[in-house]
Design a protein around this ligand. Structure first.
Ligand SMILES: Nc1ncnc2c1ncn2[C@@H]1O[C@H](COP(=O)(O)OP(=O)(O)OP(=O)(O)O)[C@@H](O)[C@H]1O
Ligand SMILES: [Mg+2]
Length: 318
């Protein structure tokens, strides 16, 4: 288990990370979601020993990063936000270089190297110079490099920003597979769809603080994030709207033609209640659609801002 406890980081007067704590269990895919400048990269840098926190600590299976940096660093692989490769080296040479930094040599290095190239889909390009790679291929090599020592925990800082859709899909599928095969993944992004797709647990950061943390479902439902329920009716709708409006279960009740739309905190409760109310009317239910609340609506609810709107252009640079 990886534990982050009360990490705090200031740059001058500016608090970049404000006493945040979370835990990542072995085998989890954990998402760290937040807009530009939220403090995600600063958090990852402290977790991987690249930055010293002002206070707080990081532990892996009880081993403290500040006491045993080597123990943790051997078990973690960081994919940095900006591509960090030697452009004038080939894919294979980049991997060999970083392998040796981690003390991986000989047959183990050869095995790891083949595995990393295969996972990144770069086996055929192993002899090619990194500078000849497309942005997406460089990103994939960046990921391969982070795994050359076969870490238990792969920590990725916005690995899909600024790349073509094929490379993005390749990366998402790769991460999903690695996690299924047992690798613990910490995945940072400002794309809520990616976190929803990959992660079972997550934390949302904003202005250096953790504003939500838990299972994907719990965070989605957080603090009033509501489901939207659409019911297709036939027959005489009558005073259905009025009845629903008087019931606290339903919010934002609207009827348009034969379509009834409302929102609810708990979709299951609201649907069964609406069905029983409708059963007493002279109309019939034809179709139900339930749109679950998503991370976007949770973020909106918590901060009053849209996740996307609060992301500046800097976040979209490769
Ligand atoms: N070395 C530094 N010196 C001063 N301020 C910094 C430094 N690094 C980060 N900051 C500031 O700390 C805050 C958090 O930055 P950080 O890079 O951790 O955010 P982020 O969530 O990774 O954002 P992004 O999505 O843009 O990568 C920002 O206000 C940033 O300007
Ligand atoms: Mg960042």
């Amino acid at each position: 288990m990886l534990e982050v406890e009360s990490l705090h980081k200031r740059f001058g007067q500016h608090v970049a990370v404000d006493n945040i704590s979370f835990q990542v269990k072995k085998g989890d895919a954990f998402g760290l979601l937040g807009p530009n400048g939220a403090g995600k990269s600063t958090t990852l840098s402290m977790m991987t020993g690249l930055l010293i926190p002002n206070s707080g600590e990081v532990r892996l299976d009880g081993h403290r990063l500040k006491d045993e940096p080597k123990y943790l660093k051997q078990r973690m692989g960081l994919v940095p936000q900006s591509i960090a490769l030697y452009e004038n080296l080939t894919a294979e040479e980049n991997l060999r270089f970083w392998g040796q930094i981690y003390g991986v040599t000989g047959a183990k290095l050869r095995d790891n190297l083949d595995w990393c190239l295969q996972v990144a889909g770069l086996t055929e390009h192993r002899k090619q110079l990194a500078k000849r790679f497309s942005g997406g291929m460089q990103r994939r090599l960046n990921i391969a490099v982070a795994m050359i020592h076969r870490p238990e925990i792969l920590i990725m800082d916005e690995p899909t920003v600024g790349i073509d859709p094929q490379s993005r899909n390749h990366i998402l599928e790769t991460v999903k597979t690695l996690n299924r095969e047992g690798m613990t993944v910490i995945y940072t992004s400002h794309y809520m769809e990616e976190v929803q797709y990959l992660c079972q647990r997550l934390a949302i950061m904003d202005n250096g603080e953790l504003i939500a943390y838990g299972n994907l479902e719990d965070v989605r439902q957080l603090a009033g994030a509501r489901s939207t329920i659409t019911m297709q009716l036939s027959g005489e709708i009558g005073d259905l709207t009025r009845q629903l409006e008087h019931d606290m279960t339903f919010q934002n009740v609207q009827v348009e033609g034969d379509t009834l739309v409302f929102q609810a905190q708990n979709a299951a409760v609201a649907v069964s209640r609406a069905v029983s109310i409708i059963a007493n009317q002279s109309c019939e239910l034809q179709k139900i659609d339930v749109a679950q609340p998503n991370l976007e609506s949770a973020f909106l609810h918590l901060t009053g801002r849209r996740l996307r709107d609060s992301v500046g252009e800097a976040g979209d640079q490769g």
